[in-house]
Write a new protein. Structure first.
Length: 287
């Protein structure tokens, strides 16, 4: 019994330490004041160190497309994937006469499904200053100097991703690495996309659109009936049908590479009707 208790405590301690490790580090995102939009938000970076249930760290607030910033110390608590943080000292700042750097209190919750750290904030020293915070795990180093850890180029991309309901970059990377392609099959001598394939194709678009550095290769194929020249042209039409669909559903043409092989790369025997059906396809790959 004692051995089982020891094992349980060790496993529990490991679970807690893993959770702390995932929450600790640098986060970046936006602060959306009540009554405003994400496009009007200020930028925020958060760096967190967790010791048991105690939090220490800093925040860095920035105004989009300016060099105005404030670095503040924070303290708080951590429990069950919830962070309770309070800003209490402004260490360094640069601002105009129109900017007031308000200290805030925030409750932030990590959502496994989206990868975002989100929650509400209120100001401890500025009236009518409340709103929500949305953060994702950052690959940048936190900076306490006048030099920003990142240019602001990420901000419009992030607000666009939010408007589309996309998950945090860390989750989207997992989705990309685990994505399973399947061929799109065509009827005999046809290049029309079947309705049952639409949902899958839209999943492909979502993955590609969620990664600015990702493209897709679309490769058309045919069965062995007909001449080489005819089949090459038919395989091109099938690939082009997919490209047209992707473009019509919001994917930029420069994110797509066209390829076609005619009957040269069968995946099954052309001696049977079932084999021919499997060969009448378009394949996909990320590049």
């Amino acid at each position: 019994m004692k051995q089982l208790l020891v094992i349980f405590l060790l496993l529990f301690a490991r679970f807690v330490s893993i959770g702390q490790a995932n929450m600790a580090g640098t986060w970046q995102g936006i602060m959306i004041k009540d009554g405003t939009t994400a496009e009007q938000a200020s930028l925020i970076y958060l760096t967190v160190q967790i010791n048991g249930e105690t939090i220490e760290g800093k925040t860095r607030n920035e105004i989009y497309n300016t060099d105005f910033f404030a670095v503040k110390k924070i303290k708080g608590t951590y429990k069950n994937k919830e962070l309770f943080i309070s800003e209490f000292v402004v260490e360094k700042k640069k601002n105009s006469s129109k900017i007031t750097w308000c200290n805030i209190n925030a409750t932030l919750i990590y959502l496994d499904s989206t990868g975002y750290l989100t929650g509400k904030y209120t100001s401890s020293d500025c009236k009518r200053n409340a709103g929500k915070i949305i953060l994702y795990k950052s690959k940048a180093d936190f900076s306490s100097t006048e030099t920003s850890p990142l240019s602001h180029i990420w901000f419009p991309r992030f607000t666009k991703d939010l408007s589309k309901g996309y998950n945090a970059p860390e989750i989207r990377e997992q989705e990309r690495s685990s994505f399973q392609f399947q061929p799109i099959y065509f009827d005999y001598d046809k290049a029309e996309i079947k309705p049952e394939n639409i949902a899958f194709l839209k999943k492909i678009i979502r993955v590609i659109d969620g990664h600015s550095d990702l493209r897709i290769k679309v490769t058309g194929h045919t069965d062995g009936d007909g001449s080489d020249a005819y089949n090459e042209e038919l395989s091109k039409k099938r690939a082009q049908a997919l490209i047209d669909f992707f473009i019509a559903n919001g994917l930029s043409r420069d994110r797509i590479v066209l390829d076609f092989k005619g009957e040269k790369q069968p995946v099954d025997n052309n001696a049977t009707s079932e084999g021919k059906q499997r060969n009448r396809r378009v394949d996909f790959s990320f590049i």
